[in-house]
Design a protein around this ligand. Structure first.
Ligand SMILES: [Fe+2]
Length: 427
């Protein structure tokens, strides 16, 4: 989009903005108001916050005679931008009944009109300078589309009536054996370079040394996870990092987040409803600690983010045809038949890596509020790669770095094993 005409920019803007509203459409105003835990935001908050982003970072500086849609929205819908000013308490977002979901719709439509008018009326030079911020705003909105789905899944999971968000589960698939793909390694380059959008945390491109390694050719399945559970996976301290073992005991973990046992049968909450756990599907909603413990139990390890990215590139794995949100399955699918290459690298589940979320060598956050987008979160989190069934099409690429805290389980996260090369996190 970086060299787009104003028509192309407006078309892209309209497309992304409409998709958010499509995703929210199955949800009532009451659904859109609930916050089921501090990490989860209400749907209407997501819808308003991404709108605030355009109002604050584009319209406020460039619209002639700018007047905010509502004086206090800058406070209510600022997520974490200290440069912009104080903001409403994140864990209390579910206490906000007004504006309601319909009023948030009014806010969205107002900003949409003003954004279109701005893009169509400013001169080419100014538009060119504005494009990176508009583009960031659209990718930001796509990130929140994914979060909207993760968050409403958690919200609906807390309701004993087991409400359905949308759609139906895909037909059960068979489980194909896990194979391995060998990668030579050596001195390789990772990170984003060249044309096309990327977030700042994906650069600079830089060299890393990789010992020869191999990656599992598909994600770990629910069936394999059940074997881990049956072998005492959640009861054996020797498999766990110390902090992970503390979480297991403090929170009573004995299965992935959305599994519950009824009369000896494990069921899983999904956006389609609640069903018996399908052993052929990838395991999902496990924390880094659980992924790491599983790898220890399996006698393997998690891949580093550089190993994941390099393997994706050298094997030609691509997001085309992956199980992303546009597929509207809204759930991981069974791996397709083996091909000799890497399966499920994109879509299905974000894949935990053994890499801490740190700045790449030479990274510098941009000055001002935009510099707060990623840089200040580069501690106490782990990197995940590859996108998931909630990720919008076109929003994931080989260099994309997602990140969550070690104990996070509400993200649609899964596990791919690695072997050889660098040692595992545990010793
Ligand atoms: Fe945001």
């Amino acid at each position: 989009m970086t060299d787009g005409t104003s028509d192309q920019i407006v078309a892209r803007f309209d497309e992304v903005r409409a998709r958010t509203e499509q995703l929210a459409a199955p949800l009532s105003p009451e659904d859109q108001t609930v916050q089921s835990m501090p990490d989860v935001s209400p749907t209407k908050w997501h819808r308003a916050h991404v709108t605030w982003f355009f109002e604050t970072f584009v319209l406020a500086d460039h619209e002639q005679g700018f007047v905010p849609f509502q004086d206090r929205y800058w406070f209510l819908f600022n997520s974490y931008y200290e440069t912009v000013g104080p903001r409403y308490s994140r864990p209390d977002r579910g206490l906000i009944s007004r504006p309601g979901a319909h009023e948030v719709g009014d806010y969205r439509r107002n900003v949409d009109v003003r954004m279109r008018e701005l893009v169509e009326s400013i001169d080419g030079g100014t538009l060119e300078k504005l494009l990176p911020v508009i583009e960031l705003g659209l990718h930001h909105e796509q990130q929140h589309q994914e979060l909207l789905l993760m968050d409403i899944k958690h919200v609906l999971s807390r309701n004993p009536l087991e409400p359905v968000y949308a759609g139906r589960p895909s037909a059960p698939g068979g489980t194909s054996p896990m194979g391995w793909v060998d990668v030579e390694g050596g001195l390789v380059e990772v990170g984003h370079a060249g044309d096309g959008f990327s977030f700042d945390n994906e650069a600079p491109r830089h060299r890393v040394w990789l010992e020869p390694y191999r990656l599992a050719d598909r994600l770990v399945t629910n069936g394999e996870w059940s074997e881990f559970m049956a072998d005492g996976g959640y009861r054996r301290h020797e498999l766990w990092l110390s902090d992970g073992w503390a979480k297991v005991n403090a929170e009573g973990w004995r299965a992935p987040l959305y599994w519950h046992e009824l009369d000896g049968v494990w069921f899983e909450h999904t956006l389609h409803g609640t069903f018996p756990v399908d052993p052929s599907l990838p395991v999902s909603h496990v924390s880094f600690y659980e992924a790491e413990a599983y790898a220890a139990w399996a006698g393997r390890r998690l891949p580093s983010e550089a190993e994941w990215e390099h393997a994706a590139l050298v094997t030609g794995a691509a997001p085309d045809g992956a199980n992303l949100a546009d597929d509207e399955s809204f759930h991981p699918k069974a791996a397709p038949a083996a091909t000799g290459g890497l399966r499920q690298m994109y879509g299905d589940c974000w894949e935990w890596t053994s890499s801490a979320y740190h700045p790449y060598p030479g990274f510098r956050a941009a000055p001002g509020a935009i510099g707060e987008y990623n840089g200040k979160f580069m501690s106490n989190q782990m990197v995940l790669r590859g996108g998931c069934a909630f990720t919008p099409e076109g929003h994931v690429r080989p260099t994309y770095r997602n990140f969550f805290p070690h104990s996070a389980r509400w993200a649609l996260s899964g596990v791919r094993l690695a072997d050889g090369g660098a040692p595992a996190v545990t010793s």
